[in-house]
Design a protein around this ligand. Structure first.
Ligand SMILES: NC(=O)c1ccc[n+]([C@@H]2O[C@H](COP(=O)([O-])OP(=O)(O)OC[C@H]3O[C@@H](n4cnc5c(N)ncnc54)[C@H](O)[C@@H]3O)[C@@H](O)[C@H]2O)c1
Length: 311
């Protein structure tokens, strides 16, 4: 069996927490941390490696770009995060420079696999990563609205008093202020969420209130503790598990859009089947006109940012 090696570039809050989560997984053999701050990568790797005595047999170390050669997945989590009051899109200029620098070094050694972009604005960086790397578009994935979808399902599950795993709901489009909470097809046990609430005497969720809560979730956390990393690290782990274990999981990851809803020339999230070959199929689900229009607006906002940054 070939060694399942994962490389995490950026050993900050998100990268280190992700690495810690990988050390707890039984489907990763080797884990490499790379950071421009070598000491940071070494310190995090040493701390995680000490714990593998309790957690499993994953080999963890701080490395260099040469170590990416045979990685099945490379996670890009390097660069600036939002300061209070900043939007994700405000980070584009700074983080596109970091991405360009990293991809140039990565492409010298990496024999290819799935490149998972996490750094914000994740959709703009996913689009740029495909251009900078020239990798096939199925292999360049952004975490997109994986976390927003989790937040939406969690909020609905609390409201409806059911296990979040039984709430089927999606957030599509940009991972950011123009994200689209899909209300038309939210279900619990094959029943629309509104119907489910009616039958159980629970107030029907206020759509605007829930959408706003999903959009504001990261800002609320950043205002209190400066960053978010636990939840996204579990989202990253989920996407990587789907790839490494070839699970054909449907996840709302970001990737190049190829004509769905008439949209091209950008990357954002749609429900996508994920496996060893990355994005296997983007599901073109039918949406009411209003939600389709919200997605088109979201694409236009992303394209505007791309243009401003010469992409
Ligand atoms: N997609 C999501 O849902 C999601 C969720 C949370 C955070 N994020 C994003 O993840 C990114 C990282 O956040 P964080 O909290 O870990 O930030 P952080 O500041 O804690 O860590 C960033 C790390 O990147 C490293 N770095 C900077 N330039 C580099 C380069 N050229 N090469 C290698 N390493 C470099 C820094 O040394 C630092 O260790 C941010 O852009 C943040 O917005 C995304």
């Amino acid at each position: 069996m070939p060694v399942k090696k994962v490389v995490v570039i950026g050993a900050g809050s998100v990268g280190a927490t992700t690495a810690y989560n990988f050390a707890l997984a039984d489907w990763v053999d080797e884990l490499v941390l790379i950071d421009i701050n070598r000491n940071r990568a070494e310190g995090e790797a040493m701390d995680i490696a000490d714990g593998t005595v309790f957690s499993g047999t994953v080999k963890v170390y701080a490395g260099s770009y040469e170590d990416t050669k045979d990685a099945v997945v490379v996670v890009f989590a390097a660069g600036a995060n939002q300061r209070p009051g900043e939007t994700r899109l405000d980070l584009a200029g700074r983080n596109l420079n970091v991405l360009r620098d990293v991809i140039e070094k990565l492409c010298k050694y990496w024999s290819g696999g799935v490149l998972l972009i996490v750094t914000n604005p994740v959709d703009v960086l996913t689009y740029a990563a495909q251009k900078f790397s020239d990798l096939p578009s199925n292999l360049v994935i952004g975490t997109g609205t994986v976390l927003d979808t989790a937040r939406f399902r969690y909020l609905l599950s609390k409201h409806c008093k059911v296990d979040a795993r039984n709430v089927h709901a999606y957030v599509l489009g940009e991972h950011g202020d123009s994200s689209v909470c899909v209300w038309s097809s939210n279900t619990i046990a094959c029943v629309h969420v509104d119907e489910f609430c009616k039958h159980r005497g629970i107030p029907i969720p206020d759509r605007k209130e829930f959408s706003d809560k999903v959009k504001r979730a990261a800002a609320e956390i950043i205002a209190r503790k400066g960053a978010t990393y636990y939840s996204i690290s579990l989202g990253i782990r989920r996407v990587c598990e789907a790839v490494i274990r070839n699970q054909n999981s449907v996840l709302t990851v970001s990737g190049l859009i190829d004509g769905q809803y008439g949209i091209t020339g950008t990357a954002f999230s749609l429900p996508t089947v994920i496996g060893q070959k990355g994005r296997i199929e983007v599901l073109d689900i039918s949406l009411p006109q209003e939600e389709e229009q919200e997605l088109i607006n979201s694409a236009n906002i992303l394209k505007q940012v791309q243009r401003e940054h010469g992409l």
